[in-house]
Design a protein around this ligand. Structure first.
Ligand code: SAH
Ligand code: SF4
Length: 437
């Protein structure tokens, strides 16, 4: 769903490197993430939610749990936190009272704060989540996380960084100056928050009228690393988070239902496949290096040939486990018949799906979305060559949750609300106009 999230509210802990246009033109530009929050065991008073088994073990050690009991205690905590979604140590009935008291004195089971929740008419939910403060100067980084329910699946689109160090020219996130990596716990916590909100725990019930999958599967059955940030610039934490999310004793998400999207960090791709064993999506967007250098500047470091070689070598690749190639449709830029044919030629021999994403404009963006007929024609050429080529339907447009649109739509709606208020038209009218585009 290529949901590009509207985040990077002011975070004093994050890097503040601006990228000038001249620098963009001169070559490959990458902002530096200056702050990499390293999460070990939970410090005093901190939450245990999101921690890995090793981090939980260290946290228990710190409050004096003897070495011989650690494995068993971690297993207990794991079950309560990740299988049952416990919010209070008091629920942990098979943990002795004395240890529960020690746990409660030292730690919490707090989730990151949900600043706001918006629910779309199509059932899509968007949460603005404020992470715990990382120090006295940090108010807590804010990220957004989007849940897209369908009849047979529920997909959660998560962020891996606050902002992004890369500067893809069509992506709003790429223009943000503030960047920091999310910890693995912060990545996992997005799933916990989603499950809390939609009642996706044993014995919990979904909120009234909530749209959730009806085939008996988990409400969150799929994860996409397609929110903010470049997951393969935060590979350690992304892999650690995937380990927690897919653990069979806890959150139990199938690795085959977890997709990591990368703009093409070639040296990390093999590692993702061999260590995390997830599905891979590639933000390709152009079939010629000259154009891709401009659209996805990491191409200047790792060009199309290197990228596709790394795809061919991706561990576990087969017809049953295809790579998804994302291709944003930019009017007059990358959407010709020749581009479609070249795309098919390039992908020859790679088990692939191609996702055509209608471009979502944002204030100051220099591109327009291709016309619908053009997208259909492009899709047809790709389809005739034997590739599935779905056009991604924007979801959650009324709550500004679709690809790259968030901020722009908010601003547009505000402007419209003002205009309509002046003309005496009510809020419903504003909403309807907002949706109709
Ligand atoms: N950084 C990673 C993952 C996050 S972006 C990556 O680039 O793959 C998720 C997808 O949304 C990417 O394919 C990205 O290229 C696409 N995207 C970014 N801005 C967009 C926009 N304005 N309209 C449509 N898709 C966009
Ligand atoms: Fe946006 Fe992904 Fe490019 Fe980062 S790598 S700027 S998130 S498209």
């Amino acid at each position: 769903m290529a949901t590009v999230l509207d985040i990077a509210k002011h975070n004093p802990n994050a890097a503040t490197l601006a990228v000038s246009d001249a620098a963009r033109v001169a070559g490959f530009v990458e902002k530096k993430a200056e702050l990499n929050v390293v999460a070990g065991a939970a410090p005093g008073g901190a939450s245990l939610v999101g921690l890995t088994r090793d981090q939980l073990k260290d946290s228990l050690s710190q409050i004096g749990v003897p070495e011989r009991d650690l494995k068993m205690r971690v297993a207990q905590l794991w079950h309560w936190i990740y299988f049952r979604g416990a919010k209070d140590f008091a629920e942990m009935t098979n943990v002795g009272k004395e240890l529960r008291a020690r746990l409660a004195a030292a730690y919490t089971l707090a989730r990151p704060q949900v600043v706001s929740e918006q629910v779309s008419k199509d059932g899509t939910r968007k949460w603005l989540i404020r992470m715990a403060s990382t120090g006295p100067l940090d108010k807590g980084a804010e990220i957004e996380c989007v849940y897209i329910p369908e009849v047979d699946r529920g997909t959660l689109c998560v962020s891996s960084q606050v902002g992004c160090t890369l500067t893809c020219s069509f992506c709003h996130t790429g223009t943000q100056r503030l960047v920091r990596n999310l910890t693995s716990a912060e990545i996992v916590a997005q799933l916990i928050v989603a499950r809390d909100s939609i009642g996706d725990w044993p014995h919990a019930t979904p909120p009234e009228g909530a749209f959730v999958p009806t085939d008996g599967s988990r409400f969150v059955s799929n994860i996409m690393f397609m929110g903010m940030g470049e997951p393969l610039y935060n590979t350690d934490n992304v892999i650690a988070a995937i380990d927690v999310m897919s653990d069979g004793e806890g959150l139990t998400l199938s690795r085959r239902r977890i997709t990591v999207s990368t703009s093409g960090v070639v040296p990390q791709m093999e590692r993702l496949g061999s260590e995390a064993n997830t599905m891979l999506a590639i933000s390709l967007h152009a079939v010629r290096d000259e154009l891709r250098d401009d659209l996805v500047p990491i191409n200047r470091k790792y060009d199309i040939e290197q990228l596709l070689d790394a795809c061919r070598a991706y561990p576990g690749l087969s017809n049953a486990r295809r790579i998804t190639f994302e291709y944003v449709m930019l009017k007059g830029v990358n959407d010709s018949d020749a581009d479609a044919r070249q795309l098919v030629r390039l992908l020859k021999g790679i088990p692939a799906k191609i996702n055509l994403i209608p471009f979502n404009p944002w204030p100051g963006s220099k591109y327009e979305c291709s016309d619908w007929e053009r997208i259909e024609r492009f899709s047809e050429i790709v389809f005739r060559a034997g590739y599935a080529s779905p056009v991604r339907t924007p979801r959650g447009r009324d709550i500004l949750a679709a690809c790259g649109q968030l901020k722009s739509e908010t601003e547009k709606l505000r402007a419209r609300a003002r205009m309509m208020a002046e003309q005496g038209i009510g809020a419903e009218g504003v909403y309807a106009v907002g949706n109709g585009e």
